[in-house]
Design a protein around this ligand. Structure first.
Ligand code: TRP
Length: 452
């Protein structure tokens, strides 16, 4: 089945696809908020350290595992350690995590589609400032509208996967990622030219080390890992599609730079506008669905339609390219075990949608919200597991495998493209970052996550 492993056709396509996976909702609604809250410029400095020294190291290790073996996570681990087959369960755990993340992504991305439509159709412009929270609560808890939206979003994702790795994922990423950049720059220009924009910039960038608490440092570390989509094997799958001649250090560097740049630009697009209209800075759904619509409405009817529309389109595009990578990881897994890509993708999508519908019903105020486990709804369980616990656990196991069980020569060989590239940084990378710094950081963040 040669078509199954066609891979990306160019370095640019590979980087756009992987950057598309990394750039997601987290860049837009979580990164700016975390930076603002934990000391502005101080938080950004710490973020840069974490994302380049730990996140990128994990990203490189996943890319190496993927390209070396040309397989999806479970088979990749098996092939690299045939005598220790249990390692493949790390791959399995990553796939389960991907599945759960995708369920949540379907629900939330559906909301962004709805808000995009309500922006451009003028519905949001007709809502009074004080009523957005009620509007959102009514929408998200309804049994019909969010389901329709999530089905549309899932169908979009599926269609692209059915197009294949080159004609679906790669082509779409090469179109959508530049659009995403244009949208975010447009919003930055609008935001920066508002009177009073400088307050938002100060909030985001002026360093205040007194705000940089332990809790803040951990949140920043978590964000650095989450943002690069590492820890669930998705990057192993994308790594297996990267052309053989590409330098994996260079690919990882570009992916990290794009992801970080978009996160910072998102902050510049959001906070100056939030402050200019005297709203309070927030993160997550509260920011996106309650605060920002007020900001867009303050720009007048046309402003609300144009900038609100642009913003929700930006969110939907960012979410779509991430969802694509998650569905691809699951689909390729089936294909790796001889199943047809098409059938795997369709069956998976149906199951994912069913679980996502249950998640949607269990959101605040929904018809299943009262069915709780340990006092937590299904939606919040998914959110907790995929946001705080599973990715760092998988990432830790991955890096331990990579640093302590995979053959060092294999790693060197893959990173240097069989000795073609000079990689003078390899010693520091392998003996310090991979084997000690990254695992230690992950252990600290996990332990702290469990006890706080
Ligand atoms: N990186 C995504 C974001 O910033 C979230 C994410 C985490 C993700 N793990 C992933 C996306 C795996 C795709 C695949 O929002």
């Amino acid at each position: 089945m040669a078509e199954n492993r066609s891979g990306f056709s160019s370095s640019f396509g590979a980087i756009m696809a992987a950057a598309g996976s990394a750039i997601g909702l987290g860049n837009i609604w979580r990164f700016p908020y975390i930076c603002g809250k934990y000391g502005g410029g101080a938080a950004i400095i710490v973020y840069l350290l974490f994302v380049f020294l730990i996140g990128m190291v994990l990203l490189m290790s996943e890319l190496v595992i993927g390209r070396r073996t040309g397989h999806t996570p479970m088979r990749a681990y098996e092939e690299l350690r045939p005598k220790h087959r249990n390692w493949r369960y790390v791959g399995l755990l990553g796939l389960i995590t991907s599945f759960l993340i995708l369920c949540i992504y379907f629900v939330i991305s559906g909301w962004t589609l709805n808000y995009f439509w309500e922006s451009v159709s003028g519905t949001l412009a007709s809502i009074a400032d004080g009523d957005f929270a009620t509007h959102f609560a009514a929408f998200a808890s309804s049994p019909v509208a969010p389901v329709v939206c999530l089905v549309i979003f899932a169908a979009l994702t599926l269609v692209i996967i059915l197009g294949g790795v080159q004609n679906g994922i790669e082509k779409v990423s090469k179109i959508l990622m530049p659009i995403l950049l244009v949208l975010v720059v447009l919003l930055c220009v609008r935001s920066l030219t508002l009177p009073g924009a400088s307050k938002g910039l100060a909030y985001l960038f002026s360093p205040d080390f007194s705000q940089l608490t332990t809790e803040g440092v951990l949140a920043i570390l978590g964000q650095a890992l989450f943002s690069l989509s590492v820890g669930m094997g998705v990057m192993i799958v994308y790594g297996s599609y990267i052309p053989k001649g590409d330098g994996l250090f260079k690919s990882a560097m570009w992916i990290t730079v794009c992801d970080t740049a978009i996160a910072i630009l998102a902050g510049v697009a959001i906070f100056p506008a939030v402050f200019a209209f005297d709203q309070s800075p927030d993160g997550g759904p509260g920011l996106v669905f309650n605060v920002l619509p007020v900001v867009f409405n303050s720009m007048g009817n046309v402003g609300s339609i144009v900038f609100g529309g642009a913003f929700f389109l930006l969110l939907a595009v960012a979410a779509l390219t991430s969802a694509i990578s998650l569905l691809e990881a699951l689909t390729a897994w089936g294909a790796d075990y001889g199943k047809s890509r098409k059938r795997s993708a369709i069956i998976l999508s149906v199951v994912l949608v069913l679980v996502a519908v249950v998640a949607s019903f269990s959101f605040d105020g929904g018809i299943l919200n009262d069915n709780k486990l340990a006092g937590i709804s299904f939606f919040d369980w998914l959110d907790k597991l995929t946001g705080s616990y599973l990715p760092p656990i998988c990432a830790l196991l991955t890096i331990i495998f990579f640093g302590w069980f995979m053959k060092k020569d294999d790693i060197h060989d893959e990173l240097s493209n069989h000795g073609v590239l000079k990689i003078s940084w390899f010693k520091v990378f392998y003996h310090i970052l991979v084997r000690f710094v990254a695992p230690a950081a992950l252990i600290v963040s996990l332990v702290a996550g469990i006890f706080t």
